[in-house]
Design a protein around this ligand. Structure first.
Ligand SMILES: *[C@@H]1O[C@H](CO)[C@@H](O)[C@H](O)[C@H]1NC(C)=O
Ligand SMILES: *[C@@H]1O[C@H](CO)[C@@H](O)[C@H](O)[C@H]1NC(C)=O
Ligand SMILES: CC(=O)N[C@H]1CO[C@H](CO)[C@@H](O)[C@@H]1O
Length: 179
C-alpha cells in the first residue's frame, strides 16, 4: 500500500468519526479487582452520589509487600459493541520511570493528572505505604476525559492493570459513556 493510500483511508475514517463526535462525557462506574490478595487488596473502591451535582470516587488499596520498587501500568481503552472490544489504545508504561520524568509519557500523565491532586501517589517509586485516592469529583473526571475527545459516541471502559515485578496484581476499571 502506498502511504498516500493510507493517509486517505485515515482521512476517511477520521471524517466518519467526526460525524458522530460525542460531546458529553459521563463517568458511570468504577470497579477494582485484586488479582493477588497476598500482594494487595482494596479496602474500598466506589463511586458515591452525594446529590445530583456532586459525585465522587474514592479508592484505597492496601499493599502487603512493601516497599514496591518496580511497577508497570497497562492502559487499554475498550468500546462496547456486543461486549467490550479493544479500541485504539493499549499501552504499558514503566510507572517508576514516568513518575521520575512525567513528560516522557503523555498517556500516563493524563491518567495520573486525573487523581494525583487527591491522592498520596504523588511521588516517584518506591511505594512503601497503602495507596489512597480520596474524593475525586466526577465532574473533574468528566472534564478531564472531555479534553481527549473526539471519540465516537458509545459506552467505554478505560482499563488499567497494575503490574508489580512483572505480575499483574490488580485491575481498576473506569466505565464511561459518550453521548
Ligand atoms: C451537593 O452536595 C454538596 C456537598 O455536600 C454541596 O456543597 C452542594 O451544595 C449540593 N448541591 C445541591 C444541588 O444540593
Ligand atoms: C493489551 O495488550 C496486551 C499485550 O499484548 C494483552 O495481553 C492484553 O490482553 C491487551 N488488552 C486488551 C484490553 O485487549
Ligand atoms: C512528583 C509529582 O507528580 N509531583 C506533583 C505533585 O502534585 C503537584 C500539584 O498537583 C504537582 O505540581 C507536582 O508536579
Amino acid at each position: 500500500m502506498s502511504s498516500t493510500y493510507i493517509v486517505l483511508v485515515q482521512l476517511i475514517l477520521f471524517l466518519y468519526l467526526v460525524r458522530e463526535i460525542a460531546s458529553k462525557v459521563e463517568f458511570t462506574n468504577i470497579k477494582c479487582i485484586s488479582l493477588d490478595k497476598e500482594f494487595d487488596d482494596f479496602e474500598y473502591c466506589y463511586l458515591k452520589s452525594v446529590n445530583r451535582s456532586y459525585k465522587y470516587v474514592s479508592v484505597k488499596v492496601n499493599l502487603y509487600k512493601i516497599p514496591i520498587t518496580k511497577v508497570q501500568v497497562n492502559f487499554a481503552l475498550l468500546k462496547r459493541f456486543s461486549g467490550y472490544k479493544p479500541f485504539l489504545y493499549n499501552i504499558t508504561v514503566d510507572a517508576c520511570k514516568v513518575l521520575k520524568n512525567p513528560k516522557s509519557n503523555p498517556v500516563f500523565v493524563f491518567f495520573h493528572g486525573m487523581f494525583s491532586a487527591h491522592s498520596n501517589m504523588n511521588h516517584s517509586c518506591p511505594f512503601d505505604h497503602d495507596l489512597v485516592v480520596e474524593k475525586v469529583p466526577v465532574s473533574f473526571i468528566n472534564q478531564h476525559f472531555t479534553q481527549v475527545l473526539p471519540f465516537p459516541e458509545g459506552e467505554y471502559l478505560f482499563q488499567s492493570n497494575w503490574i508489580a515485578y512483572k505480575v499483574n496484581r490488580a485491575q481498576v476499571n473506569f466505565y464511561f459513556t459518550l453521548s
